[in-house]
Design a protein around this ligand. Structure first.
Ligand SMILES: [Zn+2]
Length: 308
């Protein structure tokens, strides 16, 4: 029985790859800095070759296929990146070159869709929920009557680019004061450094740890919480989701995120109902796990998804 998947989560900062087995068990993992442009596809294929080479022949024969969680606009049926601004790609085949190099069927999914799908499944597939993935970028998938809302243009869920303060910091999208410009992992580190904070801060976990003794770190984190609260309340006012479920690397802050966020939402809610908020245990692994689950639906040679 084929029961292993090769999974990749491609982000603007790093590419993560893993061999994932049943029950989301990660058997081998690898990570590298993202090289933008078509080089990223070479890097994925090379990382895949290394991960496969590390498996026993028996384990290698059990690999069903490859799942790739990819940023930007993705055409999953064609296996093509329509547009990935951070990677500098337009109309670039992703599935075909990787499938050709590794000799396995490939499914490509939008990174948020893959991550949110895994988070939602783990939460028991609630009929009404907003699943937010909080990392360098911030995005969300809304589930209504048990289905993901994709919208007419297929681009629903850009929670990160909801403007919560038009006078706020400049966002990567060109606007000011987007949720992501306040609460994205990179934006928080940059704001902390720009105001004189330690430039050696390694990530969100480090920043959150500093909030206990460093007022500047506490201020940056508090601003992020406010932006997230306002973003969720705006979505809540429109859609009133039954609950909000948080995943992604920033959600690994745990109670340091959840408790102030819930309090801030209650303070700022006005007439909007405040839905319960909970954390997914998948944290920053959600994209990788989602990609692996998609790959496990493939059969060799591929009968679903895109295959070589
Ligand atoms: Zn923006």
């Amino acid at each position: 029985m084929r029961s292993l998947a090769l999974a990749f989560d491609v982000g603007g900062t790093s590419v993560r790859g893993a061999v994932v087995g049943a029950a989301d068990v990660v058997m081998a993992e690898s990570r590298m800095d993202t090289r933008p442009g078509p080089a990223v596809l070479d890097d994925i294929a090379q990382m895949g070759e290394r991960l496969l080479a590390g498996l026993s022949p028996t384990a290698r024969a059990q690999v069903t296929g490859i799942g790739i969680a990819f940023p930007g606009l993705v055409d999953s049926d064609a296996g093509i990146s329509r547009k990935a601004v951070n990677l500098g790609l337009v109309d670039t085949p992703v599935a075909a070159p990787v499938a050709e190099r590794l000799g396995l069927p490939v499914v490509v999914s939008h990174d948020t869709a893959a991550a949110a799908g895994a988070i939602w499944e783990d939460a028991g597939s609630p009929a009404s929920a907003l699943v937010a993935v909080l990392g360098t970028g911030i995005a969300a998938v809304t589930y209504v009557e048990g289905r993901a809302v994709v919208g007419g243009s297929g681009q629903a869920g850009e929670l990160g680019h909801l403007v919560v303060d038009p006078a706020g910091p400049r966002c990567s999208c060109g606007l000011r004061g987007c949720v992501e410009a306040w609460a994205g992992a990179r934006a928080m580190r940059q704001r902390y450094a720009a105001r004189g904070g330690d430039t050696g801060v390694t990530g969100v976990a480090d920043l959150v740890a500093r909030t206990r003794h460093d007022p500047l770190a506490a201020e940056v984190w508090s601003e992020a919480i406010t932006a997230l609260a306002d973003g969720f309340l705006a979505v809540g006012a429109l859609l009133a989701p039954g609950e909000i479920i948080l995943g992604g690397g920033v959600a690994e802050a745990g109670g340091d995120l959840l408790e102030p966020l819930q309090a801030r939402m209650r303070e700022r809610a006005g007439v909007t109902a405040v839905p319960p908020v909970r954390l997914s245990a998948l944290g920053g692994r959600a994209g990788l796990v989602g990609a692996a689950r998609l790959a496990l639906t493939l059969t060799r040679p591929g009968s679903t998804g895109w295959s070589a």
